[in-house]
Design a protein around this ligand. Structure first.
Ligand SMILES: *[C@@H]1O[C@H](CO)[C@@H](O)[C@H](O)[C@H]1NC(C)=O
Ligand SMILES: *[C@@H]1O[C@H](CO)[C@@H](O)[C@H](O)[C@H]1NC(C)=O
Ligand SMILES: *[C@@H]1O[C@H](CO)[C@@H](O)[C@H](O)[C@H]1NC(C)=O
Length: 870
């Protein structure tokens, strides 16, 4: 950082010991000012959360006006809550009330507010509408934690703000129930007040550089209140609060869900011999080592890099200024103009000659750059913030490449001097799902009960809430650093209806009554509608003899339509399955828009008299699983199996990168890979799918769904979903294909129950051959087996970041097929290797080879091997 930061001088003193010994940093910071970590509504001090952090009771900090506040326990514990502390207890306010904290007048403070919208005593979570004002700044306004959580499908909401120095040494946080709704109340589960070093000085305003006289417009951040919107460890993995630097307990998320399109670059980690040294400008508390030691670059091929932008996309609220902090640390280049690049923010040039060595002075030294951009309301699209990097070709750098190690996006106070955005609006789909269980919009009796408790006429409020929700459309809003989604609420699929498809859905949904169809007009126009009579005829009135499968959703029948000319598979939802409604809608929305040789095609649907029926292409050969074991079907040859795996990998690769947005399947398994009459593999069952990066979170967080035995352990631990969760499941499928046994077989010895564990164990011991399908013994070329098993093993890496992309898996499977078919074709492997020479030269340990050319290189590869093409 070349800018002069006077405030840093002050902090050089305050945090003097930090310079001497970074290990003591957090303690020293704290000795100057105290952190408050409060479990609101709890009686006892020192209760520990799942990470071992201690939370104290909040009573000491309540101002006297809060005497009539209530401490309450949540009625239901959502299984996706990370910890009972602080979420299971709450402080409830029916009148404006405040907390007051005595703090150091020298520090900025992070304020973190934790909300778990649940029913407390007899209070209904949907009646809580309130404002939160922190030192005079409205940070939340007319806030409904319940609606926000539903829209994000999270169990809890975490909001983080950074407040400027408070000269009177006090931080006052006021909770104020909304006057707009009678009977509304405010609540809070946890509050953190954490002193922080001065992390903000000024930012370069983007968009003025093109105007004469405005070339160096910068804005002062020193006194600005900020809200954290996104905090990403670019090219790296999730960093929990306990591993943050400077004792600031920030959470850093994986950036991959935000990377736009197929050009995702490659991720890399610093070599062991690259040591990272913080500098006077960028101290350890700015970001932890993990952030700087991992990066995303464009890839080794300069020609490819010239033709794409490495881009991240975020959804934000309009009419606010955002501060985009980019963290850099060069891990391989040492000289100026080896890797110069351009930075664009929302199509405007933020820097046209970015060079980390120029900024930092040398390799291994972290730097960060702050840019500010105003995001206007275009009224057409939902507001987005784009950050794009591309090589600065005009500078003729040695390598056409770009690098980024971390990114934070903060919202600055808007025109009204506050930070509060609107509540998210729920999609028609979700509204219907919400309304479904009650089938009536009259205030429920439980909300009347609650009315008595809080001394107001809450029935009216409930009606207002329902009405508001009813006419609302979902606009995708609030990104949040919170996690987890709720299982108790039915809305787990803010799928279409958010962002990019919403221009279609919006116009058709807006103002609609809650009972009208919830399938978007686009989907309707893309697939056929069947009458119930037609379906009955096709299935011989749902004759039992026509059943070809039974799943969680309901029964699957074979049938014929169009006068017996077309064979179809008809999936009839079990009307009592509430989950089915969502899966039904999701599947129609997804499948009607996706067409691919390796995805099952949806022909149409029937929605009549509470019936939910989907009509698909008939898959003559059924599921992959029944051809592996448990079925007296033809035994597939190894080549057939490889071709099926390749087909399925292509289908998944398309879902991940081919559509405009990443689609995560979430339930990859051998029963969801179907085979047509030509044994072409088709991926099916999108009922659980979710779109990736356009969800307004750093990752797609979600209740753990999917099938045991195939579940990504990382997803299970953190409930963060990325496309690498599909890669893990696909790795299990590969071993299942090789070993012809189920992913889970509880009848086996303990160490063998889970195929993933057992196969990995055998692979590591070099005894994999002992467990492969006896039908395949001696029929697999050893080189081919090695390639296949290596690919499967990598898919099962514990950490998503270590797993290959689906494009890589595809390439390896193609290669394995070549080794099987033409064992002398090994030379081609070097071909591929020489395409990617510079990775090691550049000192980057490659972990993810998806540089957007994978599809091409695999196509090229297959053409090389099969000159006749495929
Ligand atoms: C942004 O500001 C404009 C002009 O004041 C206003 O019309 C618009 O509704 C605002 N948009 C949002 C999302 O607040
Ligand atoms: C990269 O981004 C810049 C700025 O938004 C744009 O002008 C350019 O067309 C983009 N390049 C590609 C290949 O998309
Ligand atoms: C935002 O807050 C800063 C500091 O409190 C203040 O100086 C500035 O005027 C505010 N901006 C707006 C638009 O109110």
């Amino acid at each position: 950082m070349r800018r002069i930061k006077t405030t840093h001088l002050l902090f050089s003193l305050v945090l003097f010991s930090l310079i001497c010994n970074s290990i003591c940093a957090s303690n020293d910071a704290k000795s100057n000012s105290i952190s408050f970590i409060l479990n609101c509504g709890a009686e006892n001090n020192g209760q520990k959360d799942a990470d071992g952090r201690k939370w104290d009771s909040d009573t000491k900090y309540l101002s006297s006006a809060a005497d009539d506040s209530i401490s309450a326990k949540a009625e239901i514990q959502d299984p996706s809550l990370p910890s009972t502390v602080p979420y299971m207890s709450a402080r409830i306010f029916t009148n404006e009330s405040s907390y007051v904290f005595k703090v150091s007048p020298k520090h900025r403070h992070y304020i973190r507010l934790h909300f778990y919208p649940s029913d407390y005593s007899s209070l209904n979570s949907s009646d809580a509408y309130f404002a939160v004002i922190a030192n005079g700044i409205t940070v939340l306004k007319n806030f409904s934690a319940s609606i926000t959580a539903k829209a994000l499908s999270q169990a809890y909401i975490l909001r983080e703000f950074s407040l400027p120095v408070s000269t009177d040494g006090k931080i006052k946080i006021t909770f104020s129930p909304s006057p707009l709704y009678k009977g509304s109340y405010a609540f809070i589960n946890g509050i953190e007040v954490i002193p922080s070093p001065d992390l903000f000085s000024s930012a370069i305003m983007v968009g003025f550089s093109d105007m004469v006289g405005y070339s160096d417009q910068s804005i002062d951040l020193g006194i600005a209140p900020l809200q954290t919107m996104f905090r990403l460890n670019v090219g790296g993995s999730f960093i929990p609060p306990t591993n943050d630097s400077g004792g600031l307990s920030r959470t850093w998320f994986d950036d991959s869900p935000y990377v736009f399109g197929a050009g995702v670059g490659i991720t890399g980690e610093a070599d062991k011999n690259v040591s990272i040294h913080y500098s006077k400008e960028t101290r350890e508390y700015v970001a932890p080592l993990d952030v700087y030691s991992t990066s995303r670059t464009m890839g080794p091929d300069g020609k490819v890099n010239q033709n794409y932008n490495l881009t991240w996309v975020f959804q934000v609220d309009a009419n606010f200024t955002y501060v985009v902090r980019l963290h850099f640390c060069e891990l391989s280049m040492t000289k100026i103009n080896q890797r110069s690049f351009e930075i664009f923010i929302n199509n405007q040039t933020a820097d046209d000659a970015a060079d980390v060595i120029v900024w930092a002075g040398s390799k291994g030294v972290p730097v960060y750059k702050d840019f500010a951009v105003y995001v206007q309301d275009t009224k057409v699209e939902d507001e987005e913030l784009w950050v794009a990097l591309r090589p600065a070709v005009q500078l003729k750098p040695e390598f056409y490449d770009a690098i980024l190690n971390g990114m934070e996006i903060f919202k600055m106070n808007g025109t009204k001097g506050d930070l509060a955005g609107p509540n998210p609006e729920l999609s028609d789909m979700m509204v219907k799902a919400e309304a479904e269980p009650e089938r009536s919009f009259a205030p429920s009796s439980s909300s009347n009960q609650k009315a008595n408790v809080i001394g107001g006429a809450a029935g009216g409020a409930a009606a207002v809430v329902v009405a508001a929700v009813c006419i609302a459309i979902y606009q995708r809003k609030k990104r949040d650093i919170g996690v987890e989604r709720s299982t108790s609420t039915s809305g787990w699929l803010p799928l279409y209806g958010n962002s990019h498809t919403s221009s279609t859905t919006k116009s058709t949904i807006s103002g609609k009554s809650c009972t009208s169809s919830h399938i978007s007009s686009l989907a309707v126009s893309l697939c056929r509608h069947f009458s119930f009579a037609e379906i009955k005829k096709a299935t011989k009135n749902f004759d039992e003899s026509q059943i070809i499968g039974v799943g969680g959703f309901g029964k699957v029948y074979k049938g014929v339509i169009d006068g017996g000319t077309t064979k179809v598979a008809i999936k009839r939802a079990n009307p009592s399955s509430e989950q089915g409604i969502h899966e039904f809608q999701t599947e129609i929305e997804m499948l009607s828009k996706l067409r691919h040789r390796h995805l099952v095609s949806l022909i149409g649907y029937c929605e009549e008299d509470d019936e939910m029926i989907l009509v698909y292409d008939h898959m003559a050969h059924g599921t992959l699983r029944e051809h592996l074991y448990k079925g007296n079907k033809t035994i597939l040859s190894w080549k057939q199996r490889l071709e099926i795996c390749i087909g399925a990998a292509r289908g998944l690769h398309y879902l991940h990168t081919g559509a405009k947005y990443t689609i995560i399947h979430r339930d990859v398994k051998t029963t969801n890979i179907l085979l047509d009459e030509h044994w072409v593999a088709k991926v099916s069952d999108f009922g659980l799918s979710k779109t990736g990066p356009n969800l307004n979170q750093t990752h797609v967080s979600t209740v753990v769904k999917g099938s045991f035995g195939y579940l990504d352990p990382e997803y299970f631990r953190r409930q963060q979903l990325t496309e690498k969760s599909d890669v893990y499941s696909f790795g299990v499928v590969l071993f299942e294909v090789l070993c012809a046994r189920p992913a889970l077989n509880p009848t086996l010895a303990k160490e063998q129950v889970s195929l993933a564990d057992w196969a990995l164990h055998c692979q590591k011991k070099g005894i994999l051959e002992d467990i492969i399908d006896p039908h395949l013994k001696g029929k697999i070329n050893p080189e081919c087996l090695k390639k296949f098993a290596d690919a499967a093993e990598k898919c099962l890496s514990d950490q998503g970041i270590d797993r290959p992309s689906m494009g890589d898996v595809l390439w390896n499977l193609e290669f394995a097929l070549q080794l099987q078919e033409n064992p002398d074709g090994v030379a081609y492997s070097d071909e591929k290797e020489t395409h990617k020479p510079s990775q090691t030269d550049m000192g980057i340990q490659e972990t993810n080879l998806n540089d957007g050319t994978e599809e091409n290189s695999s196509v090229v590869f297959s053409q090389l091997i099969h000159p006749q093409g495929r």
